[in-house]
Design a protein around this ligand. Structure first.
Ligand code: BG6
Ligand code: MG
Length: 218
């Protein structure tokens, strides 16, 4: 099967916003009287805003009303927006620009597959809106990762089938979403964490499009 499209997660793959999501959630947990570790945060990556909040509250042993939860999620998002407000194209992760030029030369299509409702704003800030042929974000899906919806919608919008797609993900939930969608998944991070990925690399910086295509096309 030949590969026709690359589908990219945003936070932690294109730009290092994963750290800002963690800082904002940690601040919220601290205000509620407990802490969240980096290890716990691995389970939040790729997970929607409200589902992340539910996991954090369960971790702290708290049960709150829907009204209070909406208030806390809004507060976290405000802190997150403050952290990302100074971001520019300088914050694009190493290797992304080179990798995208190889993607275009190879004639592949691209889609963004992010459950973040802030994704379009982040893409504008870093000047990468036009790098994607399709953009699926948190406002266009009903189920977050690890459900495959965000990636299957991206494939559908590009007019390709899931087996013709490669997904790039830094999150355990995102890797699972790509696999459940029937796609080849490149995990960006540690092989000890991203155990379900077909191929793992610490960063896009040391990967080439040819290498990915060779591994995904067999
Ligand atoms: C994902 C992040 O991309 O988006 C998660 O990995 C985040 O950490 C999720 O919770 C939802 O983001 P937002 O911007 O809609 O709160
Ligand atoms: Mg991510």
């Amino acid at each position: 099967m030949s590969i026709k499209a690359f589908l990219f997660d945003l936070d932690g793959v294109i730009v290092d916003t994963a750290i800002y999501h963690y800082q904002a959630w940690k601040r919220l947990a601290n205000e509620l009287g407990f802490d969240i570790s980096e290890e716990f945060n691995e389970g939040l990556k790729g997970v929607s805003r409200m589902e992340s909040l539910d996991l954090i509250l369960a971790h702290g042993g708290l049960t709150l009303s829907e009204e209070k939860k909406t208030e806390l999620a809004t507060q976290k998002n405000q802190w997150y927006l403050e952290l990302v407000s100074r971001m520019t194209s300088d914050d694009i992760l190493p290797g992304v620009a080179t990798f995208f030029s190889q993607v275009r030369k190879a004639g592949l299509q691209t889609a963004l597959g992010s459950v973040s409702k802030n994704a379009p704003m982040i893409l504008e800030r870093i000047g990468m809106t036009n790098a994607f042929d399709a953009i699926i974000d948190g406002t266009k899906i009903s189920k977050g990762k690890p459900d495959p919806e965000v990636f299957t919608k991206g494939a559908a919008e590009l007019g390709v089938s899931p087996v013709e797609c490669v997904v790039f993900e830094d999150a355990v939930a995102g890797v699972e979403a790509g696999k459940r969608g029937g796609m080849f998944v490149v995990g960006l991070g540690s092989p000890d964490v991203l155990t379900q990925a077909d191929l793992v690399s610490p960063s896009l910086d040391i990967l080439t499009v040819d290498e990915v295509l060779a591994k995904a096309s067999v």
